[in-house]
Design a protein around this ligand. Structure first.
Ligand code: ADP
Ligand code: MG
Length: 321
C-alpha cells in the first residue's frame, strides 16, 4: 500500500451528460464539492436544455428582442462569433437549428431532406448574431435562429475549474470534463508528467492507441465516433459543416489539440477538423502555441509538432507519421 501522502484522490460525477473526473493529491471534499458546484452553475448558464439558461433566453427571443446576459456569457459569445467569422471557418456558433434537426446522439435519427437543410441554412448566419457591449445584450435577428455553444462549453468550463483550483491554492490536479482534459501543474508524486490516453476510434470506451504526456496543458479531442448514427453503412456524426449543413466529411476520425487553455482546444479541434489534415498542418505551422494529433481513416497518426507534449504510440495497427 502507498503511504497516505502518495495517494491520488479521484472524485467523479455525471454533469452535462458527461462523466466528470477530478483528481487531487489530498483528500479535499470541500474543493471537490466547490468544483462540481461551479460546473453545474456554468452548465446552467450555457446549456440549451435548461430553464435557467441565459443562452436559452437569447434563443427564445430570436427575431423579437435583445436579451441581456452576464459579462462572462457575453464575452464567450463574442469570442465564438469572432471565430465563426474567420475566413473559411468551420466553426459556427449559430449552427443551432441544424444541430436540433439532425438530433445526432439522440434516438430517432433520420437524414433531413435536402430542402429541409436548405431552408435551415439561412438561419445559421453568424453575422446575424448582434452583440451590444454597452448593454451586454445579444440579439438574434431572424426568428428561428439558435446559438449552440456545445462545441466550446466544456473547454470554457474546464478553464473556469482551473481558475477555481488555483484560487483554492491547488496547483496539482487533473480535470476530465467528458473528454476535455485539463491538467493543473505536474503530478505531485509518481510520474513527472500526466499520461492522457488517445482514444481508439470506434473502440471500447477505454481503448487507447497511444499516450500523450503533458504538464499543465489542456488536451481536447473531438472525434466523429463520439456521437453518430449509421444508415445504409454511412456514418452521420455530430460535427456539421456550416456551408453544406451535413456532417463534415474528410479523412479525419479525430483531432486532439494540446494547448494552454481548454477553450482554445475546443475551438481549434473544430477549425482543424474542417480544414482536413494537409491544410491544418500548414495552418498549425503559423501558430506555435497550438499543437495537434490527427487520427485518420487510413489508420495514420499525424502530429503537428511536439513542443508541449510527448506522444507514445502503443497500437502497431496504426502508423505514426
Ligand atoms: P464533443 O466534445 O461533445 O464530442 P465537440 O466539442 O466536437 O463535441 O462539439 C460538437 C458539438 O458542437 C455538437 O454536438 C453541436 O452541438 C456543436 N456543433 C456541431 N457542428 C458545429 C460547428 N460546425 N460549429 C460549432 N458547433 C458545432
Ligand atoms: Mg469541442
Amino acid at each position: 500500500m502507498m503511504p497516505a501522502e502518495q495517494r491520488v484522490y479521484s472524485y467523479s460525477a455525471v454533469l452535462m451528460g458527461s462523466p466528470i473526473l477530478l483528481k487531487l493529491f489530498e483528500d479535499d471534499q470541500h474543493a471537490a464539492a466547490a468544483v462540481f458546484r461551479l460546473i453545474k452553475q456554468q452548465e446552467n448558464l450555457l446549456t440549451v436544455n435548461r430553464a435557467q439558461s441565459q443562452l436559452m433566453a437569447v434563443n427564445h427571443a430570436a427575431g423579437l428582442h435583445p436579451v441581456v446576459v452576464s459579462q462572462s456569457v457575453f464575452d464567450l459569445i463574442k469570442q465564438a462569433k469572432a471565430v465563426s467569422l474567420l475566413a473559411d471557418s468551420c466553426f459556427n456558433l449559430a449552427i443551432g437549428p441544424l444541430v436540433k434537426r439532425w438530433k445526432i446522439g439522440f434516438s430517432g435519427n433520420t437524414v433531413p431532406s435536402a430542402s429541409e437543410i436548405q431552408s435551415l441554412l439561412p438561419l445559421t448566419r453568424p453575422e446575424h448574431v448582434i452583440l451590444d457591449p454597452q448593454t451586454c445584450s445579444v440579439f438574434l435577428q431572424q426568428p428561428g435562429m439558435e446559438i449552440d455553444l456545445g462545441a466550446i462549453a466544456k473547454g470554457y468550463i474546464a478553464d473556469r475549474v482551473r481558475d477555481e483550483l488555483h484560487r483554492l491554492g491547488i496547483n496539482h490536479a487533473l480535470i476530465n470534463l467528458g473528454g476535455n482534459v485539463l491538467t493543473v501543474g505536474a503530478p505531485l508524486h509518481g510520474a513527472t508528467s500526466w499520461a492522457i490516453g488517445l482514444k481508439r476510434p470506434f473502440g471500447e470506451t477505454d481503448a487507447t492507441i497511444g499516450v500523450i504526456d503533458v504538464v499543465a496543458k489542456s488536451v481536447v479531442t473531438s472525434g466523429v465516433y463520439e456521437r453518430y448514427f449509421e444508415i445504409d453503412g454511412k456514418i452521420y456524426h455530430h460535427i456539421l459543416d456550416p456551408k453544406t449543413g451535413y456532417p463534415l466529411d474528410n479523412e479525419i476520425l479525430s483531432v486532439t489539440v494540446i494547448s494552454d487553455d481548454s477553450i482554445d482546444g475546443d475551438i481549434y479541434t473544430t477549425l482543424l477538423y474542417g480544414m482536413g489534415v494537409e491544410k491544418a498542418l500548414n495552418y498549425l505551422a503559423t501558430i506555435p502555441h497550438i499543437e495537434a494529433i490527427f487520427v485518420t481513416k487510413h489508420r495514420q497518426i499525424i502530429l503537428s509538432s511536439q513542443r508541449q507534449f510527448k506522444f507514445t504510440l502503443q497500437d502497431d495497427s496504426y502508423q505514426q507519421l
